[in-house]
Write a new protein. Structure first.
Length: 385
């Protein structure tokens, strides 16, 4: 199948892809086993990426960023996925945390955090999920209660990407616990604040090199100027506005994973022999590979359309929910078929397909579960006239 160039690519982006690919091949691919053994990437990976201009790609240059667009973010996500790595939480740092600060932060907040996030001096995380609530964000129990010129933050969060290495966390908390959505605010908490602590890096079935962690807040005091934005009670709306980009990031990584799996499996079925011929020689293999190639191509077309829409500021919430739902579920199906074609080796962690199969499962859960995506899509369907 000829290599296909996405319609949103151009010559400058081709050059940027070369830079991103070289970095991922040199700094990530050879170290994936180490990241997994340590349950986190080497901390200096962030600084190396910052030196290469690979952090805060779509943040304006005046805040230390690359001055690029979501296309740059998508390319780095694709190139990281091409190495088979799921450890480095760059897409969350770049495409999510930095964008909350850019979209809602005051000038002081942007200048305080974004240049350091762009250099790799500061790693970012966002803490929405709690032990007692995930999908139902209105029910978070973490509180940030104003006392004079400070907020006092109390509560606990779990499943937080970049949790062990984060230097700053955007915390979803109730500034008015009497209210549901309208009581929620986003508070910037530096991780050296007294009362902040980290729990263990969680033991997951996949993404084993990602430092997904528990975080605890015990009378953590931050200045009121750490409220993200200038008005309390805006947190839920701020989350709803940013979740589309988060969901597109998941869909982009899913498509790139499908393409990697396809390539790896084509190689494997041509090399491996059974009954005196390559596995490729069985009609079943050809049919299965035709099926997964079609899944990958359809998903790629849809995601390319979504990236194009997002670059024009036209990507709506139900469409990106469809992309996340479709790509995450199809990527799992593709991984499952390709694992089967690897036989017993597909079950061995040293084979990329085994890791991909386990890594991909969470895509149907985080950034909003498949069921929540269906709720969003269903709500958007027009009533019959
Ligand atoms: C590896 C990993 C990384 C993560 N990273 C982060 C992070 O960086 N920051 C962060 O804040 N969170 C993070 N999460 C948390 C993730 O976003 C939540 O796990 C997810 O939103 C689901 O919430 P929950 O686990 O509480 O499940 P629940 O909300 O308890 O859902 C349980 C089941 O009920 C279903 N359900 C819930 N509500 C409905 C409904 N209305 N209709 C139908 N079905 C429903 C769900 O779809 C699911 O199947 C991460 C999770 C993982 C596993």
């Amino acid at each position: 199948m000829p290599a296909r160039r996405s319609p949103w690519m151009d010559q400058d982006l081709d050059d940027f892809r070369d830079l991103a690919r070289t970095f991922c091949e040199k700094e990530i691919k050879p170290n994936v086993d180490t990241f997994i053994a340590n349950k986190q990437v080497d901390r200096d990976l962030w600084n190396k990426a910052g030196d290469q201009g690979l952090l805060c790609l779509s943040i304006p240059e005046e805040y230390g960023g690359g001055g690029g667009t979501f296309a740059h973010e998508a390319i780095l996500i694709e190139e990281q996925a091409r190495t088979g790595d799921s450890s480095w939480g760059a897409s969350l740092h770049n495409g999510i945390v930095a964008h909350y600060i850019l979209a809602y932060g005051t000038e002081e907040q942007k200048h305080a955090w974004l240049p350091k996030m762009a250099s790799g001096e500061v790693v970012g995380a966002i803490a929405m999920t709690e032990p007692g609530t995930g999908s139902d964000l209105q029910s978070v129990k973490t509180k940030a209660i104003r006392e004079g010129d400070e907020y006092v933050v109390n509560g606990s969060k779990t499943f937080i990407t970049n949790g062990a290495q984060a230097d700053v966390v955007i915390v979803v908390a109730k500034t008015n616990p009497e209210e549901a959505a309208s009581g929620i605010s986003l508070i910037i908490v530096p991780c050296d604040a007294p009362g902040f602590s980290r729990g263990r890096v969680l033991d997951k079935i996949g993404m084993k090199g990602q430092d997904t962690s528990e975080l605890f807040f015990e009378d953590v005091r931050v200045p009121v100027t750490n409220l993200l934005g200038t008005e309390e009670g805006q947190g839920f709306i701020q989350l709803m506005m940013q979740l589309p980009q988060e969901r597109l990031i998941v869909a982009v990584s899913n498509v790139a994973a499908m393409e990697l799996i396809l390539d790896e499996t084509m190689r494997y079925v041509h090399d491996r022999e059974a009954f005196g011929r390559p596995i490729w020689g069985f009609q079943n293999t050809k049919f299965k590979m035709a099926e997964v190639a079609t899944e990958a191509r359809v998903a790629r077309s849809f995601v390319d359309e979504c990236i194009g829409l997002h670059l024009e500021g036209q990507l709506d919430i139900p469409t990106v929910a469809m992309a996340k739902l479709w790509c995450s579920e199809r990527a799992q199906k593709v991984a499952d078929i390709c694992l089967q074609l690897h036989g017993g080796y597909g079950y061995m962690n040293e084979y990329p397909i085994a890791r991909a199969w386990a890594d991909l499962r969470v895509s149907q859960i985080y950034a909003g579960t498949s069921e929540i995506m269906k709720e969003i899509i269903a709500r958007s369907l027009p009533a019959p006239v």
